[in-house]
Ligand binder design. Structure first.
Ligand SMILES: [Zn+2]
Length: 157
């Protein structure tokens, strides 16, 4: 019975090529020549695997820096978005200029052209020989005076 149980081992050893053994360059223990990792000292023997191990170690040290940079970038971009939002609520058209144009050149539609309403400006120009656009211009100047900053920005971005 014992001979039966021992017999498979030599067969297996004979079937597989004789294992080439070599000394580990790190601990000098005998290991398989095809081994990629020494089972005695745990050192990686394969150059590619060693390079991968080194790469795995380096990012772990750099990760905090990367995260800090990412956080800084995110916060700066969000603050830029906030600034853009503030910029959109501030009109590029000066209310004072629009009021002055409406009072003094309102009959010519100058304030309409200035505020980006050229169609209205042309209508005012066509009616400039009548008092209508001049009166409307003065009335619009008054409405401009009482238009809030937010509404002004929404009307004339
Ligand atoms: Zn070793």
């Amino acid at each position: 019975m014992c001979g039966m149980s021992e017999s498979p081992e030599p067969v297996v050893a004979g079937a597989a090529p004789a294992p080439q053994q070599t000394a580990c360059p790190f601990c000098a223990e005998l290991i398989m020549a095809t081994a990629k990792k020494c089972r005695h000292c745990g050192e990686m023997l394969d150059h590619a695997l060693r390079a991968i191990e080194d790469l795995k170690r380096q990012p772990q040290q750099q990760q905090p820096m990367v995260f800090m940079n990412a956080g800084g970038g995110a916060s700066s971009s969000s603050s830029a978005a906030v600034a853009a939002g503030v910029g959109s609520s501030v009109s590029t058209k000066s209310k004072a200029v629009a009021i002055l144009l409406a009072i003094f050149l309102g009959g010519l539609g100058a304030h309409k052209f200035y505020l980006g309403r050229p169609v209205f400006g042309v209508i005012y120009l066509l009616l400039c020989w009548t008092p209508i656009p001049w009166v409307i211009g003065i009335l619009e100047a008054i409405t401009y005076i009482f238009t809030g900053r937010q509404k002004w920005a929404a009307l004339y971005p």
